[in-house]
Design a protein around this ligand. Structure first.
Ligand code: GLA
Length: 412
C-alpha cells in the first residue's frame, strides 16, 4: 500500500509540473549560424535618431523591396533607440511607444515579415538607453521573452548607463536570456570596442561594434560637447583597430558601424566608404532615408560585385597592404583563390597609380593566404566599372581622384 501511495505522489507531482507547461530549459550561448555572412539591412538611427514611427518603417520596408535593395541582400529592418515609451508597464514589461506605433509593434513586425524582410529592435545593457528610454539591466530574461513573443529576428544591444557592470558578463547574460526564450535572434553587441569584445564575445554574439559612432565624413572627428564624446569619419574607424582582423569571420563579425552612404558625403566618398566596408567584411546596415535616396546612392548600395566581395564565403576581413604618400592598397582574400584589391586615395589631389604586380607579393599572415604574381596570373575586373581590364602580367595603371577608390577583383 505504501509503495502504491508513493507511485501516486510521483504521478501527481509530474502532472503538476508538466500540467503547468513548465518546460523551462536554461539556454547558454548565442544562436549559432545566424550570420554566416555579414548581416545586411537598414537601421533607423543615422538619419532619424529617435524620430521613428510606424509609417516610416512601413514605407522603408516597401521601398526596400521595390528598389531592389531586398533582392540585393538587405533583409533586416532594425529600429534603433526611441521605439519605447519612457516607462515600463506595471508588470515591468517594455512598452512600444503608443503614439509612434498606434497599431502596436506586433502588427508592424508582421507587416515587415509579410514583405519577406526580417525585423530587429534595440536596447541597452544599462539602466536606460543612450537616448533615455528604459534599459534592460535587471530585466534581461523578461525582455528576452518580450522579444521572442514579438517574433523579432535581431537585437542590437548598446552600452550606455552601465557604470559598475562588467561587459562580458552583461552581454553573456542577455545572450543566455535570448537563448532561453528560445526564438533565434541575431545578437548584435554595441559596446563600441571599449572592453575588446573580440576577445570574449564569440560564444555570445554574432557581431560586435569595434568603435564609437560613425559620422558622415571622410576622415574627421566630430566632437559632441554635451557628453564629451566623439563620432568618427569612416576612415578613422577603418584605421582605429589594426590588429583585430583575425577575430572576425562567419558568425562573429567586427562591426564597423552602420553605413553613412547617402547621408551627405560626396558620391565619390560614399563609393569609397561602401567599398571599404565591403573590403573589411563589415555588416552592411544602410542608415539613409531610402524613401528619398538618389539614383547614385541606390547604385552604390546595390552594387552586386561589391556586395559579393563583402559576402564572400571565406568571410575574411581585408587589410592594408601598403601606403605611399596617401595612396593606400587594401587586399582581401576571396574564395577559390581569388582576391579583391582596392586602391584608395586619401589625399586631396589626383594621383597616378602604376602598380607592378610582380613586385607586390601579397601575404596574409593571419589566415595563411598568398598571391605571387610571378608564378600565377590573374584576370582583373574593375568592379565599379563592371569591366574586364586585362591581367596581372602588365602593370595596373590609372588615375585616381581625391578620396576615390578603384576596386579590382582578381580571378585565377
Ligand atoms: C549609441 C550607439 C548608436 C545608436 C545610439 C542610440 O550611440 O552606438 O549606434 O544606437 O546609441 O542612442
Amino acid at each position: 500500500m505504501k509503495k502504491y501511495n508513493c507511485l501516486l505522489m510521483i504521478v501527481l507531482l509530474s502532472f503538476t509540473t508538466f500540467g503547468q507547461g513548465n518546460k523551462y530549459v536554461q539556454g547558454n550561448g548565442k544562436f549559432e549560424g545566424l550570420a554566416m555572412s555579414p548581416p545586411m539591412g537598414w537601421n533607423s538611427w543615422n538619419t532619424f535618431e529617435t524620430n521613428i514611427d510606424e509609417k516610416l518603417v512601413k514605407e522603408t520596408a516597401d521601398i526596400m523591396v521595390a528598389s531592389g535593395m531586398a533582392a540585393s541582400g538587405y533583409n533586416y529592418i532594425v529600429l534603433d533607440d526611441g521605439w519605447m515609451a519612457k516607462e515600463r508597464d506595471a508588470n515591468g514589461n517594455l512598452v512600444p511607444d503608443p503614439i509612434k506605433f498606434p497599431n502596436g509593434m506586433k502588427n508592424l513586425i508582421d507587416y515587415v515579415h509579410s514583405k519577406g524582410l526580417k525585423f530587429g529592435l534595440y536596447n541597452c545593457a544599462g539602466t536606460s538607453t543612450c537616448a533615455g528610454y528604459p534599459g534592460t539591466r535587471g530585466y534581461e530574461y523578461q525582455d528576452a521573452r518580450f522579444y521572442a513573443n514579438l517574433n523579432i529576428d535581431y537585437l542590437k544591444y548598446d552600452w550606455c548607463n552601465t557604470a559598475g557592470i562588467n561587459a562580458s558578463e552583461a552581454y553573456a547574460t542577455m545572450s543566455n536570456a535570448l537563448k532561453t526564450a528560445g526564438k533565434p535572434i541575431v545578437f548584435s553587441l554595441c559596446e563600441w570596442g571599449d572592453n575588446k569584445p573580440w576577445d570574449w564575445a564569440k560564444p555570445i554574439g554574432n557581431l560586435w561594434r569595434i568603435s564609437g559612432d560613425i559620422y558622415p565624413c571622410f576622415d574627421c572627428e566630430y566632437h559632441h560637447e554635451e557628453g564629451n564624446w566623439s563620432s568618427w569619419g569612416f576612415m578613422k574607424i577603418l584605421e582605429m583597430r589594426k590588429d583585430i582582423r583575425k577575430y572576425s569571420g562567419p558568425d562573429q563579425w567586427n562591426d564597423f558601424d552602420m553605413l553613412e552612404v547617402g547621408n551627405g558625403m560626396t558620391v565619390t566618398e560614399d563609393k569609397s566608404h561602401f567599398a571599404m566596408w565591403c573590403m573589411v567584411s563589415s555588416p552592411l546596415i544602410a542608415g539613409n532615408d531610402v524613401r528619398k535616396m538618389s539614383k547614385e546612392t541606390l547604385a552604390i548600395l546595390t552594387n552586386k560585385e561589391l556586395i559579393a566581395v563583402n559576402q564572400d564565403k571565406l568571410g575574411i576581413q581585408g587589410f592594408k597592404l601598403s601606403e605611399d604618400d596617401g595612396l593606400e592598397v587594401w587586399v582581401k582574400p576571396l574564395a577559390e583563390g581569388n582576391w579583391a584589391i582596392t586602391f584608395l586615395n586619401r589625399t586631396e589631389e589626383f594621383k597616378e597609380i602604376n602598380f607592378d604586380w610582380k613586385k607586390n607579393l601579397i601575404k596574409d599572415v593571419d589566415f595563411g593566404f598568398e598571391a605571387d604574381f610571378n608564378t600565377t596570373t590573374f584576370k582583373i575586373k574593375n568592379l565599379w566599372k563592371n569591366k574586364e581590364v586585362g591581367t596581372t602580367k602588365k602593370n595596373f595603371s590609372s588615375e585616381i581622384a581625391s578620396h576615390d577608390v578603384i576596386v579590382l577583383k582578381l580571378t585565377k
